[in-house]
Design a protein around this ligand. Structure first.
Ligand code: MN3
Length: 205
């Protein structure tokens, strides 16, 4: 049984960056639906007791192609939104510090250069999808974008996502309408780098 991560803040807590109705609809409808669907398909496929990261990295073990696709999409939606909602907060914003801040500067030259590059990937993702800051087990950072609910784990890249930029229209359309670039720019005001840094340290040990 997969459990949707609790939201650590009220629906209105990310105002004005993300409006309360968007957070509520996104979390209580979209994310909840991915979670319910994942549980239903995982039960059918006999994989309901597996770790989600391990399952997403091993989708080929699901023999039935329709179930494999359903778990790729809904399992990705479950995992991606757990990461998205847990790495943004009312305390977010500013530049990354700690180990992740150092690694970003080392990899991209500066925090601003990182922000510019990942924003370009998020903006350039055609249709629905995500942009990621990701790390391998040694702590080497990279950025990528993926369509639909795919992520660096389900694509078997050997990397784990640290920052998730959701560019599905449901993430921003109520407030930002067609202006995806404005939403991406604003999202940096709620990315909580202390949480991202803690996750990064856990991954690299
Ligand atoms: Mn979403």
């Amino acid at each position: 049984m997969f459990k949707q991560a609790d939201l650590a803040y009220d629906y209105a807590a990310l105002e004005p960056t993300i409006d309360a109705l968007t957070v509520e609809t996104h979390y209580a409808k979209h994310h909840a639906t991915y979670t319910n669907n994942l549980n239903s398909f995982a039960e059918k496929a006999g994989v309901a007791d597996r770790d989600i990261e391990e399952l997403l990295a091993d989708l080929d073990s699901i023999a039935d192609p329709a179930l494999r696709t359903a778990i790729r999409n809904n399992g990705g939606g479950f995992y991606n939104h757990n990461l998205y909602f847990s790495t943004i907060s009312p305390n977010g914003g500013g530049e990354a510090g700690g180990a992740i801040g150092e690694a970003i500067t080392k990899t991209f030259g500066s925090f601003d250069a990182f922000k510019e590059q990942i924003s370009a990937l998020a903006l350039g993702q055609f249709g629905s999808g995500w942009a990621w800051l990701e790390t391998d087990a040694s702590g080497a950072l990279s950025i990528s974008n993926t369509p639909n609910q795919d992520n660096p784990i389900s694509l078997c890249t050997g990397k784990k996502p640290l920052v998730a930029i959701d560019v599905w229209e449901h993430a921003y359309y109520l407030k930002y309408k067609n202006l995806r670039a404005d939403y991406i720019k604003a999202l940096f005001d709620v990315i909580d780098w202390e949480i991202v840094d803690a996750n990064y340290k856990k991954i690299i040990g």
